[in-house]
Write a protein of this length. Structure first.
Length: 257
């Protein structure tokens, strides 16, 4: 049986990523994290005044689509969220900050934020894995991740990458940050709305070992939307983080036996 060690490109990429992430933390990163995780009392926050039955009906429609017709998820999330915003008296373009015309600034902000979040999420992921083992629960990758690890051809990789880099970031940010978070923020203190919407975000991934880091990630993404008043940076951060994860896996995965 031959031993396996990470390929040199994976080690080089990991070293570069860790160095940039560490630099990002020490050069303004801790302040940035505090702003994302701790809302200020005077800070404006998007809110969505909507009756609970109406919101739950829309959420049910999205859940059924995810279960029965996952290929229609993005369209369903966009349509349902826009309808819910309409019932709440909000215009999606302005409410989600889609009129924002600062692509270079948004890209720079998103890359910097992704690097700032990288080390805390890795630490939480390791702690969550240890906790999972301590509780006697199985430490297994998500089924989709297992398929991605085994994929070796474009036909298999392309749908996964399309979902991970485009469909998931857009649909999840539109619903969890652009709809659920402001709906909760209308009813609860902003900090509670961030954590509850983030916990829902982590829970829907149905993977115990990643619940804690995904919840933290969700809180930060809600903070990005809250502080920028636009969903574009949160979509970019989400996409960059998924892309970074895919790159690490593609560079470091062992060959098929």
């Amino acid at each position: 049986m031959t031993s396996w060690s990470p390929p040199t490109p994976a080690l080089l990429y990991g070293a570069l990523l860790f160095t940039l992430a560490l630099a990002s933390l020490f050069f303004g990163g801790f302040t940035r994290l505090r702003l994302l995780l701790t809302p200020l009392p005077s800070e404006p926050t998007p809110t969505l005044p909507l009756p609970a039955p109406t919101f739950l009906l829309g959420t049910t429609a999205i859940g059924l689509t995810t279960w029965l017709y996952p290929t229609l998820l993005l369209g369903c999330v966009l349509a349902v969220s826009m309808i819910l915003l309409g019932f709440g008296g909000k215009k999606p373009i302005s409410f989600w900050g889609l009129h924002r015309t600062q692509p270079i600034r948004d890209l720079a902000l998103s890359l910097r934020t992704m690097l700032t979040l990288f080390i805390p999420i890795i630490i939480l992921l390791l702690a969550s894995a240890l906790l999972t083992l301590a509780l006697g629960l199985p430490l297994e990758p998500q089924p989709a991740m297992t398929r991605f690890l085994e994929a070796r051809d474009t036909k298999t990789l392309l749908p996964f990458l399309t979902y991970a880099l485009i469909i998931a970031p857009i649909s999840e940010e539109i619903f969890f940050r652009g709809t659920l978070f402001p709906w909760l923020a209308h009813r609860l203190p902003v900090s509670q709305a961030q954590w509850i919407s983030a916990l829902a975000f982590g829970a829907v991934h149905l993977h115990t070992p990643t619940l804690i880091p995904l919840t933290f990630f969700g809180v930060a993404l809600a903070g990005i939307y809250r502080t920028t008043q636009s969903i574009i940076p949160s979509i970019l951060v989400h996409s960059f983080f998924n892309a970074n994860t895919c790159i690490i896996i593609l560079l470091a995965r062992p060959p098929l036996s």
